[in-house]
Design a protein around this ligand. Structure first.
Ligand SMILES: *Cc1c(COP(=O)(O)O)cnc(C)c1O
Length: 335
């Protein structure tokens, strides 16, 4: 296909273990009672404990190396999975990782756990900030500082969500269609900065599966009304990058964002997340994380119970990673 030719011509570094496994969750589905449920193990992409950002980083690192960068800058919250995967990807490509991380008061946390521990072990240069997403000011200041020092930084937006990063999920959809066939499937996953959802949506159109499939992002931190324009914009930019004219607006029914499971807010673990984490762990021996995949799985469980996800076609739950942060949440998980 012409469109995938354009994708395959983009600079890309091979850093992920692909394809990731995709298989049915028999015991979990049996306990839930409802549709066939499959899991796509994007937590097993291999890069320093894996996750969905690794797919995006294959294209982002390709672009960074092509630009002749010697270091990369990105940003995220304290326990950012994206920042940790970026640090690992940078090291794997011989670049120096600079991470702008949010913490209250811009002060490093008392305990270095989970992702921050991994960032530290990889020798990432951590710059603490109290600026919140999208961290534009802090990243711009750091870029200027590094340039003054004679460095050539490549800036990756938070979540790796731009038209380049999202290509990782256009490719992931192509991969999933090979594993699952071209029949209708309901894709369910955690959505946050929007690149995963935008890539999957564009990928579903390019693979010809959009008409029969659903791509449902369960928001972990933002109202649908805030996130939908961002996803639409990314889809349109990604399409343009591939020379494909499929324009969407934020109210296009293809952009399904569910914001019913925000609970107490981003990274606030409640009973639904605790239940979902235990249920998958006890039925399948698979761990999801407290912030993203635990919340998305809790949403999936509720939507099946309410009948908003029906049993007319298989569901694929995309495990996007993050389990390394479980130990940083032990107090709220054991409540
Ligand atoms: C970043 C992340 C997501 C969300 O992906 P976006 O592309 O930012 O929407 C989901 N799950 C995990 C574990 C993540 O780290």
């Amino acid at each position: 296909m012409i469109i995938f030719d354009a994708l395959d011509k983009l600079p890309r570094e091979q850093i992920a273990f692909l394809p990731t496994p995709c298989y049915p969750l028999l015991r979990f589905a049996d306990e839930l009672g409802g549709p066939e449920i499959w899991i796509k193990r994007d937590d097993q992409t291999g890069l320093a404990t894996g996750g969905n950002k690794t797919r995006k980083l294959e294209y982002l690192m390709g672009a960074a190396l092509e630009a002749g960068a010697d270091c990369v800058i990105t940003a995220g919250s304290t326990q950012s999975n994206h920042a940790r995967q970026t640090a690992a990807a940078a090291r794997a490509c011989g670049l120096i990782p600079h991470l702008v991380l949010y913490a209250p008061g811009g002060q490093p946390p008392d305990e270095i756990q989970g992702n921050v521990l991994l960032d530290t072990l990889m020798g990432a240069q951590i710059h603490w900030t109290e600026e919140k997403a999208p961290y534009a000011g802090s990243m711009a200041r750091l870029t200027a500082e590094l340039r003054v020092q004679g460095m050539n930084p490549y800036v990756i937006p938070y979540g790796g969500s731009n038209e380049i990063g999202m290509m990782g999920y256009v490719d992931a959809m192509r991969e999933a269609v090979v594993q699952l066939g071209e029949g209708g499937v309901t894709h369910v996953f955690a959505t946050s900065s929007g690149g995963t959802q935008a890539g999957m949506l564009l990928g579903s159109v390019l693979t010809g599966t959009a008409a029969t499939s659903r791509v449902i992002g369960i928001s972990v931190d933002e109202q649908a009304g805030v996130l939908a324009p961002r996803v639409a914009d990314l889809v349109n930019r990604g399409g343009a990058l591939l020379g494909f004219k499929w324009e969407v607006t934020s109210v296009d029914p293809a952009i399904e964002i569910v914001d019913d499971y925000l609970g107490g807010g981003y990274a606030v673990v409640g009973e639904p997340e605790r239940h979902a984490i235990r249920m998958l762990a006890e039925t399948e021996g698979i761990l999801v994380d407290p912030v993203y995949t635990g919340r998305a799985l809790a949403g999936l469980i509720d939507m099946v119970e309410r009948g908003t996800i029906k049993d007319d076609q298989p569901v694929v739950f995309w495990h996007t990673g993050g389990t390394i942060s479980l130990t940083a949440f032990s107090d709220v998980l054991l409540r």
